[in-house]
Design a protein. Structure first.
Length: 659
């Protein structure tokens, strides 16, 4: 293949809408803005993607080739003024933007160095030297918080109970663990155009990426590995937190810090499989988080218990090695294919990313806004009255996914009957197929839908009385997603216990998913109702970008405390309940709490029947709240020991201070 042919193939295989936007960004050529668009379905018809119409593609390719030949490596990045950026965002999203929409949408291409972080309003105040932050956890959120504090020059330490960085990407090393969103959207907005090797990065590459970020941005040296925070209590006199920290040898000591940010995430506490007789089982029982390179399915009879995201990812690799695999399914899932899943970043794609300036920015943007997700998650009474099940787009998704299931299992009636769910797509957490359906047709794989009655010494007995001999039971049963801070013993104002408060409120709640009344100077990253439950629409980006927006908001509160001469900030009950009542009201209108769509508790809905993990708010509404601190939502205060001249006693003198 000649160089010109390779280049043309690379251009033709690119995201043409993003290619047009990148060239427009680089050149300002008005002809690019006039090119026509058309919609093509993606994600099994769940969304549509904009692409350049057939009649304009040759002109687009010629302009790209002319740019590379004429400017190429000598290109000096062209900065857009706000008017140009707004025009480009409207072109990218295919709609006119209000001022409020543009304020959020402009962040999607990440053209600024740190688009979501907070800075001092003027010069860094000397008073900042008096403050410190403890971060709990060195995963995606914890590292982002560290980078933000590095930018502000605020002292901090990260306590990480494991021996390495990465959080869930250090814990989960099972075969074929990988992201289920495109790598280009599963990255921080301040690390531009990272050279991923796969379109959906595997666990080792993601963990390596996080270690690279931690080291390159000065965070790594502030991490204390194999250190666990056991307890934390707010000291009202000093407006600081007293924390109990233990090292790997069990040696514990007390630490004092002005602020605490927990970054333990949703997936830090694996669920334990509870089954009669399991303690008498002589084989191995391994939760997928416990899988290491020392484990093997080679030549074994393996039970995979669970068919959520992990169970679906792991099956194909286990089936390749094992003699026999039994897949235990309690509830069928809607499992969808994703374009490029399991595929390498091709040489052509790498050439585009390396040779077309700004392509990364605009590919990221167009990937984030394929359609309006509300069409799929909001019931349509008129559609239902005319014979539809839920809504037009949701029913279309159901039909497409059902056909996909049939095609993957060769239309086998015995499998189709067990695999097609009777509930509405999108009611549960979406799962990306990793040859799971196809693996069920293998001679050495059996799908078991009868419930597990008990374990025996050498196997598993199901409700129909069948005994299956099993050497290895892999439990892919998920995580305790409502145990955000467990097992840390957090006590706030007056000694109130956070778990007791949450138990009275229908499960964990927080303001913006971050702050809790009676717990000043404490913030929970990836907390209750923090993340939009659906992608698409106007927002700040993929999951790591949302983490940056949470981090930026926390930093706004910290900056406000320091700059205004205060010592603490506590979210008010009014702000807390305004947010939570709005969440509950909106959730009641959507798919997750619709009794026709969603029959039981799942990842989204907690044991109290409340939408707990995600927010039903649109990305636009949530981002707007996060990007602007409303000081009236907090009570700011000076510490009692600073405002009193009558008592010089300081109970925190014996505590180690974070430095």
């Amino acid at each position: 293949m000649t160089e010109n042919n390779f280049r043309r193939d690379a251009l033709a295989s690119s995201n043409l809408h993003a290619l047009r936007l990148a060239l427009l960004h680089a050149t300002g050529d008005p002809e690019l803005a006039q090119m026509k668009l058309e919609l093509v379905p993606i994600r099994s018809g769940a969304a549509f993607e904009m692409t350049i119409a057939e009649g304009d593609r040759e002109a687009l390719f010629r302009k790209a080739e002319a740019f590379v030949d004429g400017v190429g490596a000598s290109y000096v990045p062209r900065e857009l003024d706000e008017c140009e950026l707004r025009d480009m965002m409207e072109l990218a999203l295919g709609q006119k933007l209000t001022d409020a929409e543009y304020a959020v949408a402009r962040l999607m291409p990440a053209v600024d160095e740190f688009p979501l972080f907070t800075q001092w309003s003027a010069e860094r105040p000397d008073r900042a030297d008096e403050f410190s932050v403890v971060i709990v956890g060195a995963g995606l959120c914890g590292i982002a918080m560290g980078v933000q504090l590095e930018q502000l020059g605020i002292s901090y330490v990260i306590y990480e109970r494991r021996p390495d960085v990465g959080g869930t990407w250090a814990i989960n090393t099972y075969p074929d663990a990988r992201v289920d969103t495109a790598s280009t959207t599963y990255e921080y907005s301040f690390v531009k155009n990272h050279p991923w090797t796969e379109q959906f990065a595997r666990q080792p590459e993601v963990r390596g990426y996080l270690e690279m970020v931690a080291k390159n941005y000065g965070v790594y040296d502030n991490i204390r590995f194999e250190h666990e925070v056991q307890a934390a209590e707010f000291d009202e006199r000093s407006s600081s937190w007293a924390l109990r920290v233990a090292d790997a040898d069990g040696v514990a000591w007390d630490v004092s810090s002005n602020f605490v940010v927990t970054a333990t995430g949703l997936f830090s506490t694996p669920k334990k499989l509870v089954a009669d007789g399991i303690d008498d089982y002589a084989g191995e029982v391994i939760h997928t988080t416990e899988w290491t390179d020392e484990h093997s399915a080679e030549g074994k009879t393996v039970a995979i218990i669970g068919n959520g995201s992990t169970g679906v990812q792991i099956l194909a690799r286990i089936a390749d090695a094992a003699d026999q695999v039994y897949v235990f399914q309690r509830t069928p899932q809607w499992i969808a294919p994703r374009e490029g899943y399991g595929e390498a970043v091709s040489a052509e794609m790498r050439w585009i990313l390396d040779n077309i300036p700004h392509y990364w920015n605009w590919a990221r943007t167009t990937a984030l806004k394929p359609n309006n997700p509300r069409d799929t998650i909001q019931p349509d009474p008129q559609w239902q009255a005319s014979g539809g099940i839920f809504s037009k787009s949701n029913d279309r998704l159901r039909a497409n996914l059902t056909q996909y299931i049939r095609s993957q299992v060769d239309n086998r009636a015995d499998l189709v009957e067990k695999l097609v769910p009777d509930y509405t797509p999108a009611a549960r957490r979406p799962i990306v197929d990793n040859k799971w359906y196809r693996s069920l047709t293998r001679d050495n794989v059996e799908l078991v839908t009868d419930g597990i009655e008990r374990f025996t010494a050498d196997g598993i007995v199901t409700a129909d009385g069948t005994h299956r001999t099993v050497d290895l039971a892999l439990t892919a049963v998920g995580f305790e997603v409502t145990k955000w801070l467990w097992p840390i013993d957090f006590r706030g104002v007056g000694g109130v216990h956070i778990e007791e408060r949450w138990n009275k409120e229908g499960g964990p709640r927080a303001y913006l998913g971050l702050a809790i009344p009676e717990f000043p100077n404490l913030f929970v990253l990836y907390g209750p109702n923090a993340q939009p439950a659906t992608g698409g629409g106007i927002g700040v980006g993929g999951l790591p970008a949302w983490m940056e927006s949470w981090v930026g908001y926390i930093a706004r509160v910290i900056v406000a405390v320091i700059e205004d001469g205060n010592d603490s900030a506590e979210v008010t009950d009014e702000a807390f309940w305004e947010f939570n009542n709005a969440i509950d009201e909106e959730a009641g209108k959507l798919i997750w709490l619709d009794p026709k769509a969603n029959p039981e508790r799942n990842y989204y809905v907690n044991e109290h029947g409340r939408l707990g993990t995600s927010t039903p708010m649109s990305g636009l509404e949530l981002a707007t709240r996060l990007l602007h601190l409303n000081r009236g939502d907090y009570t700011f205060a000076v510490a009692a020991q600073h405002s009193s001249d009558t008592d010089d006693t300081d109970d925190t003198d014996d505590l180690e201070t974070v430095a």
